[in-house]
Design a protein around this ligand. Structure first.
Ligand code: SAM
Length: 280
């Protein structure tokens, strides 16, 4: 029995339920419940929030969240082999864990969540970025969540927190930092997982700001940033010329040299450029 909740250790759960890891589902499991409890604490105020967890697997992080006092956890898992193990956790925490067997990209969990909602997940690497971009680009802001606490491959985490001037800086950094506070709260070596992945991982905590840091139309900002970084080695007057025949004038008007490259331009300047293009 484990110390945090009296349930069997995760290694035993995996063996009992035959949960051999499947690469296609991005399965790298965390078996250390002290570690998952630590990740759970990084998610913030659990006692007064509903938690949406994507990809609970055998339930390591789920157990961490519940043991640390989460009001309610809604967990979406694609691999039906994991469901009986998750139902055992639900039975140990009556009324606090709901499990949906399905694809997180297709299931809409909103009806089953009561605000405030926090998202916590050790994401499958193959859909992690897609889910993050969805959560960062809802039709309305503030979004349905107050915070995201997400495990990524470390290289993705670096792209989320990147500042101008480096290779990691790009669309993901701008999307995230425009409307969130972002920080890395934990870095984990491959050996923390079973089976170990090839690279280090990192947990990123994103807190939704009540309003964007600088005004801009989201669709226009997205268009500008996508065009700028699709051709990141080109000067902006050339990378952005499809957006307006007067792109040089717009760049000059907001104080960006038309010869600059996307990598050198900060969030505030991209927002100013989006406003200038929208106004035209
Ligand atoms: N949370 C567990 C942990 O920390 O040990 C497992 C994390 S593992 C990196 C990713 C989990 O996401 C796996 O359990 C996998 O089956 C699940 N998964 C993969 N694709 C999914 C999808 N499209 N929707 C929901 N879950 C998915």
């Amino acid at each position: 029995m484990s110390q945090i909740d009296g349930l069997p250790p995760l290694r035993e759960v995996i063996e009992t339920h035959g949960l051999s890891a499947r690469k296609a589902l991005g399965q790298n499991f965390l078996l250390d419940l002290t570690l998952t409890a630590r990740i759970a604490r990084a998610a913030g105020d659990l006692a007064n929030s509903d938690i949406l967890e994507i990809g609970p697997g055998p339930g390591g992080l789920t157990r961490g969240l519940l043991a640390e006092g989460a009001r309610r956890v809604l967990a979406i898992e694609k691999d039906e082999r994991c469901i009986p193990a998750l139902e055992e956790i639900a039975a140990a925490y009556p009324g606090r864990l709901e499990v949906i067997c399905g694809d997180a990209l297709a299931v809409d969990p909103m009806q089953r969540l009561t605000p405030p909602v926090r998202v916590a997940a050790n994401l499958p690497y193959n859909i992690g970025t897609e889910l993050l971009v969805r959560w960062l680009t809802p039709p309305e802001w503030p979004p349905f969540w107050t915070s995201l606490t997400l495990m990524f491959q470390r290289e993705v985490a670096e792209r989320i927190i990147a500042r101008p001037g480096g290779k990691a800086y790009g669309r993901l950094a701008l999307l995230a930092q425009w409307r969130c506070d972002v920080r890395v709260v934990l870095e984990l070596p491959p050996q923390a997982f079973t089976p170990p992945p090839k690279v280090w991982s990192a947990v990123v905590h994103l807190t939704a700001l009540p309003a964007p840091r600088h005004p801009a139309d989201p669709a226009m900002l997205n268009k500008v940033v996508a065009a700028a970084f699709n051709q990141r080695r080109k000067m902006l007057r050339s990378a952005l010329k499809s957006l307006s025949p007067q792109i040089e004038e717009h760049l000059n008007a907001v104080g960006i040299a038309p010869t600059e490259r996307a990598e050198q331009v900060g969030l505030e300047a991209f927002c100013a450029l989006a406003r200038s293009l929208s106004a035209a």
